[in-house]
Design a protein around this ligand. Structure first.
Ligand code: ATP
Ligand code: ZN
Length: 300
């Protein structure tokens, strides 16, 4: 059974665009779990962590009410609910711990191609259909625009052809949905990606250590996303030039090579993407036997 005092609860999307990535992230943090028969909860086997599978819209509320210690959801939902809580007089419903670099999308205005409106400058007195009424309202207010918001819970893009709205404000990733509905994407009002949020309540002592550990592991997983371990042989006197070429590198390990004094082995972790151009430049600087390997885990 779930023990609130000692087990960490994390809310994640039950089934949707974020589910697979969120589970993969937690697995990369070392979590092994079994999913209960009802599929709504997964119990961590090797950590005091349980996962609650819910609709993404419910995640901010579960964290704000301290039912869950942590939650993973799109910034679009997290920000929309934060503004709704604020409207209800509740400030800081949760803390946003970090961005997770998946679920990228943007909240943009969309203008019907055959309609008269081409930009937000023409929105006064018009109707905007959206599933993000609080974010759109906040934006309109800061821009001094007086437009009516028509709330849609889905299929926002059909609102103009139904005659329910003049323009839309909706999530876009590739843009194909808008194009298919003869809508031109306009101004973006929010750049979104998946984020980790944490309860506003102090986490009990018994759980604190594991929460800190988990957050540190997530940080570690994030840090190695683009990281590569590079190994090469190089002339000792080319080292300053080689060090300058390495992207986002910490100080390299220099090892002697058997049977020679003027060539060494260089091992280094690069925190940024390593392009072919970089390898070619290293080769031109005298490096040979270049090897680039992925980094799986890192503990700073
Ligand atoms: P449920 O409410 O059942 O959990 P949903 O239909 O609201 O699911 P999904 O369509 O799975 O949610 O999207 C979840 C999240 O994925 C969005 O809130 C957003 O952060 C992100 N996302 C990324 N690209 C897109 C996109 N093109 N359209 C919608 N959401 C996107
Ligand atoms: Zn949803």
């Amino acid at each position: 059974m779930i023990d609130k005092q000692t087990r960490i609860k994390i809310a994640i999307q039950k089934s949707g665009r974020l589910t697979e990535h969120s589970l993969a992230l937690l697995e990369r943090c070392g979590l092994k779990y079994t999913r209960g028969r009802d599929q709504l909860i997964a119990y961590g086997e090797n950590m005091p962590v349980d996962l609650l599978f819910v609709r993404d819209d419910d995640i901010p509320g579960l964290v704000r009410d301290d039912i869950c210690d942590l939650g993973i959801a799109g910034l679009n939902i997290v920000e929309e609910k934060r503004l709704q809580f604020k409207d209800a007089g509740i400030e800081d419903p949760y803390t946003q711990v970090c961005a997770l670099d998946y679920g990228h999308c943007r909240l943009s205005f969309g203008y019907p191609e055959d309609g008269p409106i081409k930009s937000i400058k023409e929105l006064n007195g018009k109707r905007v259909a959206t599933s993000y009424p609080a974010i759109v309202k906040d934006f309109l207010v800061t821009q001094g625009i007086d437009a009516e918001i028509v709330e849609f819970s889905g299929a926002v893009e059909i609102a103009p052809s139904l005659g329910r709205a003049d323009v839309i404000c909706d999530l876009v990733s590739t843009g194909t949905t808008m194009i298919a509905n003869k809508i031109r994407e306009g101004e973006t009002i929010l750049e979104s990606e998946c984020v980790l949020i944490q309860t506003p309540v102090d986490i009990p002592e018994e759980k604190r250590e594991w929460v800190d550990r988990l957050l540190q592991r997530i940080e570690g997983v994030m840090a190695v996303r683009e990281s590569k371990y590079i190994m090469m042989h190089a002339p000792r006197d080319a080292l300053p030039r080689i060090k300058a070429l390495l992207p986002g590198a910490e100080s390299p390990t220099i090892l002697p090579l058997e049977g020679t004094t003027d060539r060494v082995a260089v091992h280094v972790v690069c925190r940024e993407y390593v392009f072919w151009e970089t390898l070619e430049a290293l080769k031109a600087a005298g490096a040979s036997s270049l090897l680039v390997v992925p980094v799986e885990k890192m503990l700073a």
